[in-house]
Every structure is written in C-alpha cells, then in structure tokens.
Design a protein around this ligand. Structure first.
Ligand code: SF4
Length: 344
C-alpha cells in the first residue's frame, strides 16, 4: 500500500510494527510517519477493530465479548461472533472464533445450531485478539495465550486462519510464541496434513470426545468423513517439533462417553503418540447432555494415567456467562437482526 502511495516500502513496516507490536490503532498518533503521510492516510485509510456489541463478565473474571461483523454482501445474513478473555495469575488466555457459526454439526455444541454463516477474514480473526488485549490493557499479564476454539472449524477456513496466525506468531508482529497458541480441530484430516507442512504454525489440538467410531459418529457426524483410523494416522504422521505434544480434547458427557471402558479404549487409540489428553467435564446447559459424576471423572483420568498417558481435568471457565466450551452460540442468535444496525 505504501508503494502504491509513492512512499518507501519501509513505511509499511513502520505501520505494521505500530499496529501489531505496539497495538496502536490511531494513524494520527503514529508520529514516526511524516505529517503529510499521516494526513493522507487519515483520508484514504482506516484502522478498524471488530465492534463490541456486548460484554458479559463472569464471576471467575473471564469476559465474553460479542462482536458484530460487517455485512459484506447486500442481503447477507448478519453475523456476530464471540471472543472470550480469561485472566489468570501470570497470563491471559484469549479464545477466538474463526467462522461465524459452523457447518461441522457437533451435537454437543451450541454453535452448530447456527449453521455456517460465513468465514472470517484474517483481519477479523486477528482483530479479536487485538480487541481483547486493548480492552484489558490496564491489567495485562506478561504472557498471552491464544486458543482457536471459539466458533467455527479453523481448518475449514484455512487460508485466512493461517494468514492471521503468521502475524500473531511473527516476532516482529504480535510476537506470541507458537508454544502459546493452539488450534483446535474437529479432525479435518486434509487440514491437519496441510498444517504439518507450514513453517509457521501453532500447536494442534484434536477434539476427540469418543472412544469408538460408532460413539463418535453419534455426536460428531464429521467422523463419517474422517473416521478415527484416518484421523489417528494423520496424527501419527504429524511432524511434531521437539518441544511439542498433540493435545486431545475429550468432553466428558455423563452416561455417554465417561465409562471406564471408554478410558481404556481412548488410552489404546492414542498409545504411541506424543500427546496429552484434556478431559473437559460437560457444562450442563441447553443441550440434552448431563454433567459427568465427579467420581467417574477422576476414575477416567486415573485409568489414562495408569496406561501411561498424560491426562488432565480442565474445567471450563465463564460458565455463568455461556462462555464455556461448546456454549459459544449466542444466546443472542435470535437477536441477530437487531445487531444489524450496529454493523461496521
Ligand atoms: S465444536 Fe467446533 S467444529 Fe464442532 S460444531 Fe462446534 S464450533 Fe463447529
């Protein structure tokens, strides 16, 4: 853009640095740019972050933001997405969306009820991190973790997700370490294979949630397309870096997939992989699943550990504001039309 404006290319680098490294969003305040250029940019360009239309603060400190997306085509369905900011003692974790809605149709996930509205652009993906950091700038901790676990299947919006990640992970850009960024997939095998070839990539998490094909198909229809055997073969071939583990996420649905036999089958499925397993007890909500019994959770974890696996129980945050895993579907979905007037 700078070259097109007849400026030296390094001006682009200065703006990139101000925007992503220093997180300054006011072109007029970029005083290392000549005054003439700043004036011209004020006329011809704009820096826009996704617009927050709602903030829900949880008693555990996390904040769920509802962001309005611009409607790109006349008559297109208006869309909002969600981003969750979770402060911890020494770091913050930001959970971002990669699509508005989702077509994958996992039955335990409220986002699935929206269907796919549209893919997000790289700017809209990255913008969520910038907004969350900017909103909470007064109390930021030194470390930021980003998880691509909000609305959408990131590997079905591959190009935009990777474009956003390249800036997020660029030491001269947002400078977040790949050790602190995790992309979670429902198991899109071609996407996993493609991501393994990327020079710049985050950590990979697989949403497993079942111990057999029959069981997985009942809650994740995507398993018919990419059954466990194919998925786990892709995991075996995945080129892990020396410091890296694969993560398997396993939402424990009471009475459905939380039996001791399930734990033994899961241990067998992932044996031989350098991985850890996060057990996420189901958050009771609008969908017809039950929270697992505390004893079953611990037994499940113990069986995995006895079989030599790294297994942890992770409780979702922000449950009281519907920010928890699988609940990012907008209670506001029905109110989407009223949000239209707030679009960028
Ligand atoms: S869990 Fe993820 S992939 Fe599955 S429907 Fe929900 S958003 Fe889509």
């Amino acid at each position: 853009m700078m070259e097109r404006l007849g400026e030296p290319a390094y001006r682009g680098g200065q703006i990139y640095h101000a925007l992503y490294s220093e997180r300054r969003f006011d072109l007029a305040a970029m005083t290392n740019l000549p005054a003439g250029l700043r004036e011209r940019l004020a006329r011809e360009a704009a820096i826009e972050l996704p617009r927050i239309v709602q903030r829900y603060r949880s008693s555990d400190g996390s904040v769920r933001y509802v962001l309005a997306l611009a409607t790109r085509e006349a008559g297109a369905r208006a869309a909002t997405i969600e981003t969750v900011f979770m402060p911890e003692e020494n770091r913050q974790t930001i959970c971002i969306s990669t699509q508005a809605g989702c077509a994958v149709d996992c039955h335990f996930c409220l986002t699935a009820t929206l269907g796919l509205i549209r893919n997000l652009t790289a700017g809209e993906i990255l913008g969520q991190v910038l907004v969350a950091l900017d909103e909470n700038r007064a109390e930021l901790k030194p470390q930021t973790n980003v998880v691509l676990m909000g609305q959408g299947e990131p590997l079905l919006n591959y190009e935009s997700v990777m474009a956003a990640l390249r800036i997020l992970l660029d030491p001269g850009g947002m400078g977040i370490s790949p050790k602190h960024v995790t992309l979670s997939t429902s198991g899109i095998v071609p996407g996993i294979e493609r991501m393994g070839l990327e020079k710049v990539r985050p950590k990979l998490a697989i949403s497993l949630n079942a111990s057999s094909d029959g069981q997985r198909e009942k809650i994740m229809p995507i398993n018919r397309k990419y059954p466990l055997e194919k998925l786990l073969e892709a995991c075996e071939r995945y080129p892990l870096r020396t410091w890296e583990h694969l993560t398997f996420e396993y939402v424990l649905l009471g009475g459905f997939n939380d039996a001791p036999e399930d734990a033994r089958r899961v241990a067998k499925l992932v044996s031989g992989l350098r991985c850890k397993i996060n057990l996420i007890p189901w958050n009771p909500g609008e969908l017809p699943y039950e929270a697992p019994d505390a004893g079953r959770i611990e037994e499940f974890r113990k069986i995995l550990v006895e079989k030599g696996q790294l297994a942890f129980v992770r409780y979702s945050r922000g449950q009281d504001v519907f920010a928890a895993c699988g609940q990012l579907a907008l209670i506001e979905a029905a109110k989407v039309d009223s949000v239209q007037g707030l679009q960028n």
